[in-house]
Design a protein around this ligand. Structure first.
Ligand code: HEC
Ligand code: HEC
Ligand code: HEC
Length: 157
């Protein structure tokens, strides 16, 4: 009787040991995935030296998930440039839908930030600097307003 109890004790000790090993293995796998975070140096930079996320996506350096839920259908992408004519010598502004819709769904902007019609929004640089329109994201989560030529990208001649 005592002998059997000893064996049961040994076997349960062994099973516990096995579980600890498996658990440790999973934890170490988890950590090694964390170490694979992309080093900043390999990300492409824009003309101002900030990370160019649009280029990083295009080059395939990063592959962000569309949504946390893999069953959710991907958000639509459209290739539509909107040109904002600017008075004076400053280059006109080109707003490209393509890279934006790679990151964002339509309803991130329409209709709350921008009415879905070219020329329908009374946009000005002052309002952008105050955090409206493009300034809702640029200077906050997207490249900063100090980089004039990334938006004012269409020279007059
Ligand atoms: C990051 C913001 C943003 C997102 C996201 C976005 N748009 Fe727009 N959209 C704009 C801006 C800015 C304009 C121009 C508004 C203006 O000229 O006043 C515009 C204009 C439009 C227009 C009017 C074009 C015209 O010639 O009148 C359509 C149509 C449109 N968007 C469709 C879409 C669709 C469809 C999606 C999603 C696939 C989308 N947009 C996502 C910012 C956005
Ligand atoms: C809802 C957020 C949001 C709004 C509003 C928004 N953008 Fe962006 N924009 C982004 C993000 C995110 C990126 C990609 C990350 C980055 O480049 O910093 C981007 C990138 C860009 C790029 C780089 C495209 C490329 O090919 O390199 C341009 C140009 C641009 N935006 C112009 C504009 C203009 C002009 C407006 C206003 C008419 C505007 N954006 C409004 C979020 C926004
Ligand atoms: C995120 C994109 C973006 C950036 C960055 C940006 N602008 Fe603009 N800018 C615009 C848009 C959009 C307009 C509105 C065009 C219109 O009048 O319809 C505009 C308009 C202007 C105008 C016309 C007058 C006015 O106030 O509306 C001037 C001048 C101007 N910007 C100067 C600058 C300067 C200087 C910088 C850099 C310090 C800069 N912008 C950076 C998007 C941008």
């Amino acid at each position: 009787m005592l002998k059997m109890a000893k064996w049961i004790y040994r076997i349960s000790l062994f099973i516990t040991f096995l579980f600890i090993c498996i658990f440790g293995f999973y934890v170490s796998i988890g950590n090694s995935q964390q170490e694979q975070a992309i080093p900043l140096q390999i990300l492409p930079k824009d003309n101002a030296g900030n990370v160019d996320w649009v280029k990083a996506l295009r080059q395939g350096v990063i592959k962000p998930l569309d949504a946390l839920d893999p069953k959710k259908p991907p958000t639509p992408v459209i290739d539509l440039d909107i040109v904002f004519k600017v008075k004076g010598d400053l280059p006109d502004v080109v707003y490209p839908h393509y890279p934006h819709t790679q990151w964002l769904a339509c309803n991130n902007c329409h209709p709350k930030i921008f009415i879905m019609q070219a020329g329908a929004n009374k946009i000005s640089m002052k309002k952008i600097e105050e955090g409206q329109f493009c300034g809702r994201c640029h200077g906050v989560v997207a490249f900063p307003l100090s980089n004039c030529t990334r938006c004012h990208s269409k020279p007059k001649r």
